[in-house]
Design a binder for this molecule. Structure first.
Ligand SMILES: Cc1cc2nc3c(=O)[nH]c(=O)nc-3n(C[C@H](O)[C@H](O)[C@H](O)COP(=O)(O)OP(=O)(O)OC[C@H]3O[C@@H](n4cnc5c(N)ncnc54)[C@H](O)[C@@H]3O)c2cc1C
Length: 410
């Protein structure tokens, strides 16, 4: 007779390994199937190889930051950020707090997190690598058969923890969506979230490489701001990247195919119109015999001055004493509202996370069990959840994985 497992987990990523640890601890006979030759490849490249595994934010803040955040209440209560910190401490991976509430291992090595998880899984469960799950089906006796091209495994319960569709070379290539769909689940189309954006090239030759701090960027459609972010960004050869751009990118990916979107930069968000006007008047007075380009060096990084004056439609070689009131207003507008057309986002394969996936309505948020098929569970990025950078996405993978592993088979 073929061996029957209590739990098969498809995907040895963060969520799958966490689920296996919790299920194994409860005495359930558990095996994790991983298509790549080693577990946790995506985890090993997180946080630029340093693994920003969670954040100090409150549960409420976590929920607010997530797309479909309310779905995650039970998961974050089952395994919070504090739980994650002490969990890794107990596994010999102490952590440190950095700017923005971000937690990293003290060693700055994401591989330490991977190794600790793998070791913990292996205490009570198995990991079978190079097992690419191609087909899953429900049998008449209510068990599941999980098959690769040349092998199959039977289990009483099945967890799909296949991740999203970004960075496909790490193994998470979207194949989990087809497996979920074969059980009748609805898949919201996967689009990139946390991805650089491509801008109209008019100013990019000059701006490429420029890093800006303390700026506010808004996404504008039809004169209305759809979203705004404050912080750091940088211009690249194709467009823009950096934390505030990544944070806006999910919305841009959703809207850009049907709307003409504009990126508006507020280069002086700390100043009111009147404050900046007064400052400008002082600078114009001070630099009266010098030209506009020289005066602007007092107010802007040198690299942005040429595109800035072009944008404002004034000559950079004009003497400051000759600037008209209208031209001063154009300069003010340039500071608060420097607009560049958004063409699109970079591809899904370059995104840090995927927006879309198995719709949350079809999953019981208290157990992560499918509402359509008893014994089928989901955890991690395969579900339609995503958040900005800062350790939130990994925490969601840990939390949903923990909830599945604790509730499966009950
Ligand atoms: C470059 C980069 C940096 C990131 N940095 C951070 C960070 O610092 N902090 C943060 O919070 N988040 C970060 N993220 C996001 C985070 O890595 C993911 O949200 C998280 O890994 C999702 O975990 P998961 O377990 O759901 O999926 P994954 O970690 O993607 O794991 C899924 C696993 O399933 C396997 N699999 C898929 N299909 C099959 C199949 N058919 N058969 C068998 N196995 C299969 C895959 O090979 C993979 O190992 C980063 C992402 C990227 C790409």
């Amino acid at each position: 007779m073929k061996e029957v497992f209590d739990v098969v987990v498809v995907g040895a990523g963060v969520a799958g390994m966490m689920a296996a640890i919790k299920a194994g601890e409860r005495g359930l006979k558990t095996i994790v199937l991983e298509k790549k030759s080693r577990p946790g490849i995506k985890l090993s490249i997180t946080g630029k190889g340093r693994c920003n595994f969670t954040n100090s934010a409150s549960v409420k803040e976590f929920i607010n930051l997530f797309h479909n955040g309310k779905f995650l209440y039970s998961s974050f209560n089952a395994f919070s950020n504090l739980d994650a910190i002490s969990f890794f401490e107990n596994l010999g991976v102490p952590s440190k707090l950095e700017r923005g509430g971000r937690y990293f291992p003290v060693s700055d090595k994401s591989q330490d997190v991977v190794d600790a998880l793998v070791k913990e899984v292996k205490k009570s469960s198995k990991i079978l690598t190079s097992f690419d799950v191609k087909d899953v089906k429900r049998n008449d006796d209510l068990t599941f058969t999980i098959s690769s091209l040349n092998n199959s495994i039977i289990s009483k319960n099945l967890i799909l923890a296949c991740g999203g569709a970004s960075y496909p070379t790490t193994g998470s290539d979207g194949s989990g969506y087809a497996l979920a769909k074969s059980f009748g689940h609805t898949i919201k189309q996967a689009i990139p979230a946390l991805v650089p954006i491509i801008l109209d090239k008019e100013y990019l030759k000059d701006l490429q490489g420029l890093k800006l701090k303390n700026v506010e960027t808004s996404v504008i459609f039809d004169g209305e701001s759809l979203a705004k972010e404050f912080g750091k960004m940088e211009f690249t050869s194709f467009g823009a990247s950096g934390p505030i751009i990544l944070a806006l990118s999910g919305l841009i990916a959703e809207e850009v195919s049907s709307k003409d979107l504009i990126l508006s930069l507020n280069l002086k968000p700390a100043l009111s119109n009147e404050q900046l006007n007064q400052r400008l008047l002082r600078e114009i007075d001070k630099f009266g015999q010098y030209n506009v380009n020289i005066m602007l060096k007092e107010l802007l990084p040198a690299q942005i001055i040429r595109p800035f004056v072009n944008y404002c439609g004034i000559s950079g070689t004009k003497k400051c004493s000759q600037i008209s009131k209208l031209e001063r207003e154009k300069i003010l507008n340039g500071f608060f509202n420097f607009r560049i057309k958004i063409l699109k986002t970079k591809d899904l394969k370059e995104a840090i996370v995927t927006r879309g996936g198995v719709v949350t309505d079809e999953i019981n948020q208290k157990t992560m069990e499918s509402k359509l098929v008893q014994g089928l569970y989901f955890c991690g990025e395969i579900i339609d959840i995503d958040a900005p950078t800062g350790g939130f996405n990994l925490q969601a993978a840990f939390s949903t994985g923990c909830l599945v592993g604790s509730s499966i088979g009950n």
